[in-house]
Design a protein around this ligand. Structure first.
Ligand SMILES: CC/C=C\CCC/C=C/C(=O)SCCNC(=O)CCNC(=O)[C@H](O)C(C)(C)COP(=O)(O)OP(=O)(O)OC[C@H]1O[C@@H](n2cnc3c(N)ncnc32)[C@H](O)[C@@H]1OP(=O)(O)O
Length: 286
């Protein structure tokens, strides 16, 4: 049986494979905002690099989405280690400036790009290992949870979690489902309702991350895990991933318009705008 989980949801990607042979692509890609280092034919390291906190605005999301497509087009590539070159932060989530005093058209484009990113990442048949070098907040946490495995630095000051509710935001159902699939229903309910933020040891206990290592070992340990996973029979691994994830994935893929409208309506609400303004000011005041 031929299986291509990703292209089931993105049929056009198949066309890309046909028209642009991957052998012609450069081995490594470097932009100002991220860096892809091909460690072997089988896996690459993908480093986010948008200081100060890898916040995700529309242009950045589009850039990252293109790179995820690029990975999918390479049939020899089995896995990607996703990490950050920004000191002490993996990602602080969506760029709050995209949500504050925003134009509905732009907000819609941002949210569609966020959906695309999650669908590509959660739905990828490749192995994604998150090497969490620093804070992992809000959408950053959803991204980490969408990877297959999470390794975090051993630093008590490093935070991971989703505090959307403090901003007056109800996390979308695909974020809730991703978290439920990671730490279970009860812990997700407590985590989201009470805006819980965890240090690495608390997160490990909960199953939100899988391992803690010292910062100097973060990449070497991630590569060790990746090499082990690359030895697993590919087709069986892909089929297992698909069978574990297709139901959750389908809930957003088949419901994108409702999710977009809910996000726009709730974000444009004056109370939420007021909260966002205060929150931004508090971040700047620090
Ligand atoms: C899963 C999604 C759930 C619901 C979906 C609803 C849609 C919303 C999704 C989101 O992701 S909203 C984003 C929420 N993110 C946060 O609340 C994180 C906020 N940031 C922080 O807590 C901290 O910045 C930090 C990541 C812990 C890093 O702390 P540090 O002390 O190192 O840096 P500092 O706070 O001084 O920040 C530096 C600089 O960056 C600005 N900043 C921080 N986060 C964001 C952000 N998300 N968007 C835009 N800008 C951000 C901050 O204001 C500082 O700016 P300045 O240098 O100009 O002062």
């Amino acid at each position: 049986m031929s299986i291509n989980f990703y292209s089931k949801f993105f049929p056009l990607i198949k066309k890309g494979v046909a028209s642009v042979p991957f052998q012609l692509r450069p081995l490594s890609t470097r932009t100002d905002l991220f860096n892809v280092e091909n460690k072997s034919e089988e896996y690459a390291i993908f480093r986010l690099n948008k200081p100060p906190v890898n916040s995700l605005n529309l242009e950045y999301l589009n850039l990252l989405n293109n790179q995820l497509d690029e990975f999918e087009r390479n049939p020899k590539l089995k896995g990607i280690i996703l990490t950050s070159d920004v000191k002490s932060t993996f990602s602080a989530g969506v760029d709050i400036l995209e949500m504050y005093k925003c134009e509905p058209k732009r907000l819609e484009a941002v949210w569609r790009a966020v959906q695309d990113f999650w669908i590509k990442l959660y739905g990828s048949k490749k192995i994604y290992i998150a090497a969490l070098n620093g804070h992992v907040l809000a959408l950053g946490c959803a991204i980490a949870m969408s990877c297959d495995y999470r390794i975090m630095v051993d630093n008590d000051k490093t935070k991971i979690g989703i505090t959307a509710v403090l901003l007056g935001i109800n996390a979308p159902s695909w974020v809730k489902n991703t978290m439920i699939n990671t730490i279970g229903f009860r812990e997700t309910e407590k985590s989201l309702k009470f805006a819980k933020i965890y240090n690495p040891h608390q997160a490990l206990k909960l199953g939100l991350i899988d391992e803690i290592v010292s910062s100097d070992k973060l990449l070497s340990r991630s590569e060790e895990v990746m090499k082990t996973w690359c030895k697993i029979p590919t087709l069986a691994r892909e089929m297992t991933k698909e069978s574990m994830r297709s139901e959750t994935l389908g809930k957003l893929v088949n419901n994108r318009e409702v999710d977009v409208q809910e996000f726009i309506t709730s974000t444009m609400d004056p109370h939420l705008q007021d909260n966002l303004g205060k929150y931004l000011a508090s971040l700047k005041k620090k």
